[in-house]
Design a protein around this ligand. Structure first.
Ligand code: FAD
Length: 390
C-alpha cells in the first residue's frame, strides 16, 4: 500500500491548482453577483485550459482526451472543488463517459466534438414527477419508421441553456419497467424541442438548471445510444465515475479549500486577547474537520482504486457520495461558525460556500438513496462491504 503521490501526480495537481488560482478564481465574485459567466470570458478560459491539455482529461487518449486513470482523475477533480461549477465546466469540460458508448457515426457526431469542446452535453434524466425514482419517468419515445418521436418534460438539467445536445432517458417499452427505458442523443434545435425556464437555485450561481420540453420531437435511428432498453443500465454503469469525480472528489476539494481559510482565520482573528484557534471549542471544530476530510479522501481513493482495477465499484462510490457530501456540509457549517458574523456576511465567500455545499447531499442520488443501496447490498452480501478479509 503506497499513499505517496508520484512526481507526475504532484505536477498534475500543482498545474491544475495554479490554473484555477490565477485564471478562474478571480472571476468567482463577478459570477456570484451577476449570475452569469460572460461568453467572452468562457471562451478565453476554455482556450487557455485546452492549450495546456487540461480539457476532457477523463476521456481516453485515443479519442483526444487526457487519458487519466480514475485515481489521477480524482486528484484533479479534488482541485476542481476549489472554484465555481460553471468555471470548471468551461475550462476543463464536462464530458460524460457515457459518450464512450457511441458507435460508428455517433462517434464523429457526438463523442469527438464533445472531447474537443466544440459541442457540450448535459444529462437529462430527472423529471418533475421522477427524481430518485429514475425508472418512474414519463418521457416517451415511440418508434416512427426507422427513427423515434420523443415527448415529455425534464427538469433541473444542469447547464442546459448552454449545451448543444442532451443524453435523455425515455420509456421505449412501458411493459418492461426499468428495462423499457432507453437513452437518446438529442440535439438542441430539433423541431418540437424547447428549453424551458432557468430554475433559480440556492447556490451554484452561473450554471443554468433548466426545464426541457419535448413535443413530438423527431429523432433519427442513430440517436439511440447503447441499444433499446439499455438506458438505465448505461446510466448505472457510466455515471458512477462521474459521481465519484463531480460529487466525491469535488466535495473533498471544497472542504479542503474551506478549511484552509478557516484555519487562517482562526489564527488571525483575536477575541479576549487571544486568537480564536486558542479556544478549545474552536480547536475541536478544526480537529473534526481535519479528521473527516482525511477519511473522505481515503474512501475516495479506495473507490478510484476499485475502478482502476476494472471493478464497477458501485458500493464504494455510494459510500463516497454520502460521506464526502456530508463531510463537506459539516466542514462548511463549522467554517460559518468559526467566522462568526463574517461567515454569514456576503463580504466574504464563506456564506456562498455554505449555500453551494448543500446540493451535494441531494443531486446525483440523495444521501438516503445511496444509504439504501449500501444497506441493501450489505444485507445481501454479509460482511463484504466492511470486513477487510472479505
Ligand atoms: C442543482 C441541481 C442540479 C441537477 N442537475 C441535474 C442534471 O443535470 N440532470 C438530471 O437528470 N438531474 C439533475 N438534478 C436532479 C437531481 O439529481 C435530483 O434532484 C435528485 O436525484 C433528487 O430527486 P428529487 O429532487 O426529485 O427528489 P425526490 O426523489 O422527490 O426525493 C425527495 C426526498 O425524499 C427522499 N427519498 C426519495 N425516495 C426515497 C426512498 N426510497 N427512501 C428514502 N428516502 C427517499 C430523497 O432522499 C429526498 O431526501 C439536479 C438537481 C439540482 C437541484
Amino acid at each position: 500500500m503506497n499513499f505517496a503521490l508520484d512526481d507526475q501526480q504532484r505536477l498534475l495537481i500543482s498545474t491544475v491548482r495554479s490554473f484555477i488560482k490565477t485564471e478562474l478564481a478571480p472571476f468567482e465574485d463577478e459570477i456570484e453577483k451577476t449570475g452569469i459567466l460572460r461568453p467572452q470570458l468562457a471562451q478565453s478560459v476554455h482556450a487557455k485550459a485546452k492549450a495546456l491539455g487540461l480539457y476532457a482529461m477523463n476521456i481516453p487518449e485515443k479519442f483526444g482526451g487526457g487519458g487519466l486513470s480514475a485515481l489521477d482523475q480524482m486528484l484533479v477533480e479534488e482541485q476542481f472543488g476549489y472554484t465555481t461549477d460553471i468555471l470548471i465546466r468551461r475550462a476543463f469540460g464536462n464530458v460524460y463517459e457515457m459518450l464512450l458508448e457511441c458507435r460508428e457515426t455517433q462517434i464523429g457526431r457526438w463523442l469527438l466534438p464533445a472531447v474537443t469542446g466544440d459541442r457540450t452535453a448535459s444529462i437529462a434524466i430527472t423529471e418533475p414527477g421522477a427524481g430518485s425514482d429514475a425508472a418512474g419517468i414519463k418521457t416517451r419515445a415511440i418508434r416512427d419508421g426507422t427513427g423515434w418521436r420523443l415527448t415529455g418534460t425534464k427538469h433541473f438539467i444542469s447547464d442546459g441553456e448552454f449545451s448543444d445536445f442532451f443524453l435523455v432517458t425515455a420509456v421505449t417499452d412501458p411493459a418492461l419497467g426499468s428495462k423499457g427505458i432507453s437513452m437518446f442523443l438529442v440535439d438542441k434545435g430539433l423541431i418540437g424541442f424547447s428549453i424551458g425556464r432557468d430554475q433559480p437555485m440556492m447556490g451554484v450561481r452561473g450554471t443554468s438548471h433548466v426545464e426541457l420540453v419535448f413535443d413530438d420531437v423527431p429523432l433519427e435511428a442513430v440517436a439511440l445510444l447503447g441499444g433499446e432498453g439499455m438506458g438505465l443500465k448505461l446510466a448505472l454503469s457510466t455515471l458512477g465515475r462521474v459521481r465519484l469525480a463531480q460529487v466525491g472528489a469535488r466535495a473533498v476539494g471544497k472542504a479542503t479549500h474551506v478549511l484552509k481559510q478557516t484555519v487562517a482565520y482562526a489564527n488571525e482573528r483575536k477575541q479576549f486577547g487571544q486568537s480564536l484557534g486558542q479556544f478549545q471549542m474552536v480547536q475541536q471544530m478544526l480537529a473534526d474537520s481535519v479528521i473527516e476530510i482525511n477519511c473522505a479522501r481515503l474512501l475516495l481513493h479506495r473507490a478510484a482504486f476499485e475502478l482502476d482495477q476494472g471493478r464497477d465499484g458501485r458500493d464504494h462510490i455510494a459510500m463516497v457520495k454520502v460521506n464526502a457530501a456530508e463531510t463537506l456540509g459539516r466542514v462548511v457549517d463549522r467554517a460559518v461558525q468559526i467566522f462568526g458574523g463574517m461567515g454569514f456576511c456576503k463580504d466574504l465567500p464563506i456564506e456562498r460556500y455554505y449555500r453551494d455545499a448543500r446540493i451535494y447531499r441531494i443531486f446525483d442520488g440523495a444521501s438516503e438513496i445511496h444509504r439504501h443501496t449500501i444497506a441493501r447490498n450489505t444485507l445481501k452480501t454479509g460482511d463484504a462491504l466492511f470486513d477487510i478479509e472479505a
